[in-house]
Design a protein around this ligand. Structure first.
Ligand code: UT7
Length: 337
């Protein structure tokens, strides 16, 4: 949807990753893999995981949310809504957004979770910005957080090397029309649901001795299928969202895609004719952090001075569902450095 209402933009951003770092050398000791294979196929060198810290995703989300509020210069009482994109919530219910809302002291806020896999934060951005654009809420906290290290089979080399844990959060608020979130685009194809899933633990297939024995509580992924889908949809969703607000690849200052795999990122950028110097990549340090990946990348890019006030940023994600989502943001926060 292209905004014809008031502007909604990011006025604060923050992220957090747990301190335990698992390098490719560490993973070589767990499964039959190699640093060379992982770097060549994914670009990932290390990832942060909850490990022995006994944290849950709400703890990561709280840290990122506090940093985003500090960066926005607002108090928890100013938040009207907390949207949390996650597929690895603390519990099946209540919503992790409620746990975050309570712990940060956002006592005036409504709160709900949103499930769109690794596209989660793009979906949350589109959702949250509309609450601001319509004038219903002034400050919306959009959190993306996941801890897939808790859901991978640490004997399955095809998946355990890929994921890391982290959180990212942004505060959305009214901004000048024509700035902030200029356009968002979302899509889904439930026909691809089987290619990326955790089968057990839901209402169709509850947890049982059998499901545990068969490892159905772990992530199952058809990597090749997801790979092909990802390269195609990252490019298509980016083109669509740019068309919606009348810009082309030449207008893009920084491309900040979901950080699943650097091969996917560069293949998509090539299709989009966006040069590598305009592509932000931090997958090498974090792996695929699912719903946290885009806000974590945006925060790092901003803190590093790679995003200046007025810059045009394209974000795009893909993930379980299958889902995809993209956005064009004209950056409204003051330049750093
Ligand atoms: O956010 C959405 C989440 N998912 C994704 O983004 C994943 C998308 N898919 C991918 O990124 C890639 O498909 C992977 C990185 C997961 C795998 O790369 P690939 O080039 O598609 O490899 P493959 O699955 O076709 O496997 C090639 C070989 C196989 O061996 P054989 O059958 O050719 O002998 C695998 O058993 O690589 C083997 N293999 C490994 N070898 C060493 C798979 N995982 C590993 C590993 N270390 N960790």
């Amino acid at each position: 949807m292209t905004s014809k209402l008031c502007g909604a933009g990011i006025i604060g951003i923050g992220s957090f990753a747990p301190k335990t770092v698992l390098t490719n050398a560490d993973i070589e000791k767990i499964v039959d893999t190699s640093d060379e294979w992982i770097v060549t196929r994914t670009g990932i060198r290390e990832r942060h995981i909850i490990g022995e810290e006994r944290l849950a995703v709400s703890d990561l989300g709280i840290e990122a949310a506090n940093r985003a509020m500090a960066s926005a210069g607002i108090t928890p009482e100013d938040i009207d809504l907390v949207v949390c994109a996650t597929i690895t919530g603390d519990m099946p219910f209540p919503a992790t957004a409620c746990l975050i809302q309570d712990k940060i002291g956002a006592k005036n806020a409504a709160a709900f979770d949103l499930s769109a896999g690794c596209s989660g934060w793009a979906y949350a951005l589109a959702t949250g910005s509309q609450f601001v654009q319509t004038g219903m809420y002034k400050h919306v906290l959009v959190v993306g957080v996941d801890a897939l290290s808790k859901f991978v089979d640490w004997t399955d080399r095809a998946t355990c090397v890929l994921f890391g844990d982290a959180a990212g959060a942004a505060v959305l608020a009214p901004v000048e029309p024509g700035t902030g979130v200029l356009s968002t685009y979302l899509g889904a194809d439930g026909g691809g649901a089987e290619s990326l899933k955790i089968e057990a633990g839901g209402s169709r297939c509850g947890t049982s001795e059998e499901t545990l024995k068969n490892g159905l509580h772990f992530i199952h992924m058809e990597g090749r299928e997801v790979y092909k889908f990802a390269v195609r949809i990252m490019a298509e969703a980016s083109i669509k969202v740019m068309e919606q607000c009348g810009i082309t690849h030449d207008d893009v200052d920084l491309f900040v895609p979901h950080q699943a795999n650097t091969r996917i990122i560069y293949a998509a950028a090539e299709r989009l004719e966006i040069p590598t110097e305009k592509v932000f990549v931090n997958a090498q340090n974090y792996g695929n952090t699912s719903a946290a990946s885009i806000p974590l990348a945006l925060d790092e890019a901003y803190q590093a001075g790679r995003i200046k006030e007025g810059d045009v940023i394209v974000v795009v994600g893909f993930g379980a569902g299958l889902t995809w989502g993209s956005g064009v943001i004209k950056w409204t926060m003051p330049s750093i450095g």
